[in-house]
Design a protein around this ligand. Structure first.
Ligand SMILES: Cc1cc2nc3c(=O)[nH]c(=O)nc-3n(C[C@H](O)[C@H](O)[C@H](O)COP(=O)(O)O)c2cc1C
Length: 397
């Protein structure tokens, strides 16, 4: 326990313990604005012991969005975000902003535009086909990442997290499953790395040498023709050289293997209820379990890949995936990771970290029903089992 609650550093930022709230889309940014609910959510996580709380999915431009209730960076957002970072700082916490471009997974219903991606590709979840990005669009998007980071720093964020995993735009360039380009942005890994590496360099140049830049990446995409761990080792080295302060090796592709990064039950009923596109709704209703693959939950399910990546780089590796107890977190540190990110256990209970520290709980009672995924589109992320009282009281030693 003492190691888990010892100080640790990411870039120029010292954190009081090793627990970070993972980016978990809150569904609380109606109209793309910061709401009181979003502020309260992160204030509670900071008060509940997370050393750093990550605000999920801030799109780097209006056209980069998946959802209408998602943040997207612009001048008027800076003051709104400042209220959020002030609230977190008042609780003694620190805040990080996750930066994303959804690429071919962006929603045309939300943006009113045809999505862009590494190569032309059909997205079954959106029933859309994206355009292959031009060189000019690649350069503009690189600048969008840098500008978003500059504004995040101005708004009082202590760190940013670039999303280069889970099948979003940067991940779409890295993955041979989505990148079939024949120019200098496609083909061999060195070329597929060019855009994500340029983004990290541009973000680093925008904020100076010490500002913490975490990068979420994939250990593997999880489908035939996708990235595998061997590629991820080279990607990790390239990201370190480009200026990343820490790496978060996750996995999965939202458009193909969305539950690989989560594991556990498929919340088909909630996914159907929250889908507004009737054709996709019907598809999910009738074929949900065929369409979306099931992966059983196991605690610390990404440990081997995280260990391999930690051996490749000298910057901190932040473990993510299935942390449910202090013992799980300790396993991640023993494997060479410096921090852990936690998603569902902190959705279930924002004071989970504090409860571990005070020995009021040994593990989370989250049952990985994953209905919190449905909740983020139905009023805001929350543990529905806890709300319904269908979980036992928190486990005590
Ligand atoms: C409700 C919910 C929302 C999520 N939203 C995001 C997100 O916005 N960005 C992201 O990178 N990952 C997102 N994830 C994935 C988590 O960051 C994390 O990778 C996953 O939950 C596994 O960690 P856990 O076992 O601690 O929950 C989300 C997960 C959940 C449960």
């Amino acid at each position: 326990m003492s190691e888990l609650f010892a100080r640790g550093r990411i870039g120029g930022l010292t954190l009081p313990n090793r627990f970070i709230r993972a980016g978990c889309f809150e569904g609380m940014a109606q109209g793309g604005n910061v709401t009181d609910a979003l502020i309260a959510h992160h204030r509670d996580l900071a008060a509940g012991g997370c050393a750093l709380t990550t605000v999920g999915y801030c799109a780097v431009s209006k056209d980069a969005r998946c959802f209408g209730h998602e943040l997207w960076m612009r001048d008027e957002l800076v003051g709104q975000l400042q209220r959020l970072t002030d609230a977190v700082h008042k609780e003694g916490g620190r805040a990080s902003l996750q930066l994303v471009h959804c690429g071919f997974f962006s929603s045309p219903r939300v943006t009113g535009k045809r999505p862009i991606g590494a190569s032309r590709k059909l997205c079954l979840f959106r029933l859309s086909i994206c355009d292959e990005m031009t060189q000019e669009q690649i350069c503009t998007t690189t600048t969008d990442f840098a500008d978003t980071t500059r504004r995040a720093k101005e708004a009082g964020f202590d760190a940013v997290e670039i999303h280069a995993g889970h099948g979003y735009l940067l991940s779409q360039f890295l993955s041979p499953w989505t990148n079939r380009r024949t120019d200098e942005w496609g083909g061999k890994l060195e070329n597929r790395l060019r855009f994500p590496v340029d983004v990290i360099r541009a973000v680093r140049a925008a904020v100076g040498p010490d500002f913490p830049i975490l990068v979420k990446m994939n250990q593997m995409d999880g489908m035939k023709g996708g990235l595998v761990l061997k590629d991820a080792l080279s990607i990790a080295r390239a990201f370190e050289q480009a200026g990343a302060s820490a790496l978060i090796p996750s996995c999965g592709f939202t458009a193909k293997t969305p539950f690989l990064m989560l594991r556990g039950k498929l919340p088909v009923k909630e996914m159907v209820a929250n889908q507004s596109e009737w054709l996709i709704k019907m598809g999910l209703f009738f074929f949900g379990r065929l369409f979306v693959q099931y992966y059983p939950f196991k605690s610390v399910f990404l440990l081997d890949g995280a260990r391999a990546i930690a051996e490749e780089v000298s910057i901190p590796v932040v473990y993510i995936g299935g942390i449910t107890s202090a013992a799980d977190a300790q396993q991640a540190l023993d494997a060479g990771c410096a921090f852990v990110q936690i998603g569902r256990a902190t959705v279930r209970d924002p004071a989970f970290v504090q409860r571990l520290q005070k020995a009021l709980a040994t593990s989370s009672d989250c049952d990985h029903c994953n209905r919190c995924i449905g909740a983020m589109d139905g009023g805001g992320v929350a543990c529905l089992s806890a709300r319904e009282g269908s979980l036992p009281a928190l486990l005590t030693p």
